[in-house]
Design a binder for this molecule. Structure first.
Ligand SMILES: [Zn+2]
Length: 357
């Protein structure tokens, strides 16, 4: 029986079914960072035209941008913006005919209060609407000791499970930086860029009986796009973690862990395929979609430069309203983002495989 679910935001058991479906069929979903309705709608459009399910996620900075950079209390804006984005996505997602997972991105120790506040908001939302605000939150305490990391991740997971939600944790360190959370590649201990299978086993033993969680594992992946050669992608590291957990617990499933690939931008297609082979169901992409949006707007401005300086063309007297109307140049950014995601969905194998009814 192939999996079929109602279109729109999925969470809880339905989310877990999608994760298993991806792993069994060896494809992964793109998790795209969004910062406003333009990026949200463009990601949904890309998912619809490619018949691919998709993960929309907000970093703390993306969330505050959603509420507005002029909102006086920017700490509050991180919370309000994330709620606003989630409400918008709950409302529109089903009309695009695909399944959508709603996620937040890196939250280090400093940002744990943000996650707790979103869980509070999620509880109130669930009381009213029968569903959580988000499908899953990410907790990234990879800079701390394994014990501290897992104890706090466990606390958040227990709260999330009460709301029928999942949690993504991080073991090992993704290089580079995502919205102020991250590690400097020049100073970091190189072994930390590769998740240790023994740590993964400890995490599995501590969290698996509590609820559904996924693991952002490090295999040389880096946030952002850099000149090649800085670190080497070694997806086989993921295989070793899967093997250790599977063998230790005598599991029939050879890929028991639900793994997440951070820093997918700029990664070669072959490494993406290999990572999927080893149980990756989610690949985060932000840098490349940011660039795609900018590239689309930039090309429009290059072509219609006069409209960004004059309301009436100084040489031809032509009114330029139809070029400076924000819908025109923002749309150019959206279409460029849609194109970039078509490439991502193709590389991840999710194109044409939406499970939405
Ligand atoms: Zn990341």
């Amino acid at each position: 029986m192939s999996l079929q679910l109602p279109a729109g935001v999925v969470f809880g058991e339905e989310y877990q079914k999608i994760v298993s479906h991806c792993k069994e069929n060896k494809f992964a979903l793109a998790a795209v960072n969004v910062v406003g309705t333009n990026s949200v709608n463009a990601v949904l459009e890309a998912a619809a035209v490619n018949r691919s399910d998709v993960i929309l996620q907000l970093s703390n900075g993306g969330a505050s941008f959603f509420a507005g950079q002029g909102m006086p209390d920017q700490q509050e804006a991180k919370i309000i913006g994330a709620v606003s984005a989630a409400q918008h996505i709950h409302l529109v997602a089903k009309h695009y005919g695909v399944c959508v997972i709603l996620h937040t991105d890196h939250a280090n120790r400093k940002l744990i209060p943000w996650i707790d506040a979103l869980l509070d908001r999620g509880a109130a939302y669930k009381k009213k609407n029968g569903r959580p605000l988000f499908s899953s939150h990410m907790v990234d305490l990879s800079e701390e000791s394994l014990e501290d990391n897992l104890n706090e991740s466990e606390r958040i997971l227990r709260r999330a499970v009460d709301l029928d939600m999942s949690v993504e944790i991080e073991l090992g360190i993704t290089g580079g930086e995502e919205d102020g959370v991250g590690a400097d590649l020049d100073t970091i201990d190189n072994s930390k860029l590769y998740t240790q299978p023994e740590d993964v086993l400890v995490a599995y033993d501590q969290l698996n009986s509590i609820g559904h969680f996924s693991i952002a594992a490090s295999f040389g992946n880096v946030h952002g796009v850099y000149k090649p050669g800085n670190v080497q992608l070694r997806p086989e590291i993921l295989r070793r973690s899967q093997d250790l957990v599977s063998k230790t617990h005598n599991l029939a499933n050879s890929n028991p862990l639900d793994l997440v690939f951070h820093g997918g931008s700029g990664s070669p297609a072959a490494s993406i395929s290999e990572a999927i082979e080893y149980g990756v169901f989610k690949m985060n992409i932000d840098t490349d979609t940011q660039f795609a949006f900018a590239e689309g707007v930039g090309a429009f401005v290059d072509e219609n430069g006069a409209a960004f300086k004059h309301q009436i063309h100084p040489d031809t007297d032509e009114p330029l309203k139809k070029y400076y109307d924000p819908r025109k140049w923002l749309r150019a950014g959206e279409l460029s983002l849609v194109n970039r995601l078509t490439q991502a969905f193709t590389e991840l194998g999710s194109k044409g495989r939406s499970v939405a009814e």
